[in-house]
Design a protein around this ligand. Structure first.
Ligand SMILES: Cc1ncc(COP(=O)(O)O)c(C=O)c1O
Length: 446
């Protein structure tokens, strides 16, 4: 029986209801790339350097531009689309929850925020969660937590690392250990200093009477994909205990199963006796948590979990029923499909193959590093055959070649290309990506 009236469309339509309201993308009818770009040029603040690609839709690990060209997406929107594109479970969660309740404000309780917090606590350890909308907002929450912690004894300073990235708000750029991010926005908010990464002695030497916390990424992302060493993390914990400092891990990019464990420090310290007991005092999260739906969070360890009392922190959209329902669904799929193991197994294989490529083509690839599905491929300096494009870094010029060949990878700094694929990337897709990459590299090596 067909849908005669709108009212009975839910009960009797074929194909099922979900397909009716979330149809597959329409076929490509024309190439409007230039028109779309003109709209941006005229109306959108030009704060991003964009590639010359106008996307239309995606399916799984693939993206399609409006000319119909297909790209294998090994960037997943900078580590965000954790289940790939157009995953039916996400569509279903969005649709189902939006039919019940999209938003409430945090004046009221609702079930999915509590359940998501409980799930995160069970993945990390005793503590509590706060929900926001982005990575930088999660970090801001931790910065405020640190200020509250140190307030009565006049401590406020947070130490971070050189080449770190913690976001683009005023506190985010102050926390970020890269001058280019701060330039033009002076005076920079006070209370942050940077020291070399993976260097415990520099961190110890930098502590002042005003220091209240340390924040590090488990794997530096924007800074070029550099994992922390186990000794560094264990040493930081000891240092913080000794000096009564809070230890924060920015897990926005390297967290959420990407490393092969929920948080990268769990992977880095796995198998070490002291590692199983290691816990930071706060962890920021975002990106993959919502699989593309904007949601961020921080977890804070139990002794400090009630420091931000009623009225001290908040955000209108944080932990909405819709965001939390989607995040819970993403987590359910990650668990059901054992995507943490997939990230580790396929990611480690990818790394090995990238390292082999680096050996085979040392003039093009210097090395490959990272953990699981957070990998960085460093280019050799000054590749003479790379097409010249004025003012573009080697990483961007290399990415352009990959794009022409149908592969998306993400530049980090001037020399590194990042692989941050969906957590459900198949091995066959990883192999397809390697094949495309090798063809590009081989051409440059000729
Ligand atoms: C480690 C890290 N922290 C914080 C952020 C900021 O996150 P968002 O852009 O969601 O504010 C990013 C973004 O790339 C990041 O990589």
């Amino acid at each position: 029986m067909g849908c005669r009236r709108k009212a009975d469309f839910r009960a009797s339509c074929d194909p099922p209801f979900m397909k009716e309201i979330a149809p597959s993308p329409p076929p490509i009818v024309r190439n409007d790339a230039r028109a779309v770009q003109a709209l941006f040029q005229q109306n959108v603040v030009p704060s991003y350097g964009r590639f010359d690609i106008v996307l239309s839709h995606g399916a799984g690990s693939y993206l399609y531009d409006i000319t119909g060209k297909r790209y294998l997406d090994l960037g997943s929107g900078i580590a965000v689309s954790s289940l790939g594109h157009a995953h039916p479970a996400i569509t279903e969660a969005l649709v189902e929850q939006s039919r019940k309740l999209i938003h409430t404000s945090n004046f009221y309780y609702h079930e999915s925020q509590g359940r998501l917090a409980q799930a995160i606590v069970s993945l990390v350890g005793p503590g509590k969660c706060f929900f926001g909308n982005s990575g930088v907002e999660a970090n801001e929450g931790l910065f405020k937590l640190a200020r509250k912690f140190g307030h009565d004894d006049g401590r406020f300073e947070i130490l971070t690392t050189i080449n770190s990235f913690h976001g683009r708000t005023l506190a985010g750029i102050a926390a970020t250990g890269q001058e280019k991010i701060k330039k033009g926005f002076e005076p920079i908010m006070q209370g942050f200093r940077h020291v070399p990464y993976n260097d415990l002695e520099s961190m110890r030497a930098a502590i002042s009477p005003a220091t209240v916390a340390i924040m590090v990424e488990g794997i530096q992302g924007e800074g070029g994909v550099t994992p922390a060493t186990p000794e560094y993390l264990l040493g930081l914990r000891q240092l913080c205990d000794e000096k009564n400092l809070l230890l924060f891990m920015d897990g926005v990019q390297c967290g959420y199963f990407r490393s092969g464990r929920f948080q990268s420090f769990q992977r880095i310290l796995q198998g070490l006796p002291a590692g199983e007991k290691f816990l930071p005092d706060g962890i920021s999260m975002a990106k993959s948590l919502g699989g593309g739906f904007p949601i961020g969070a921080f977890w804070v360890r139990a002794p400090y979990a009630d420091l931000l009392s009623a009225g001290t922190h908040g955000t209108t959209y944080g932990g909405s029923p819709l965001g939390c329902a989607v995040a819970l669904k993403v987590l359910e799929v990650v668990r059901q499909e054992k995507l943490e193991d997939n990230a580790r197994r396929v990611g480690d294989l990818l790394k090995l193959r990238l390292q082999e490529l680096a050996k085979k083509y040392p003039g093009i690839i210097r090395n490959a590093r990272g953990l699981g599905f957070m990998l960085g491929m460093e280019l050799s300096p000054d590749i003479p055959t790379l097409p010249v494009e004025s003012n573009k870094t080697q990483a961007v010029r290399f990415a352009n070649l990959l794009h022409s060949a149908g592969l998306l990878m993400i530049p980090a700094g001037t020399q590194v290309l990042r692989l941050l694929p969906p957590l459900n990337l198949r091995q066959s897709e990883a192999e397809e990506g390697l094949k495309i990459l090798e063809a590009v590299v081989a051409r440059l090596a000729r």
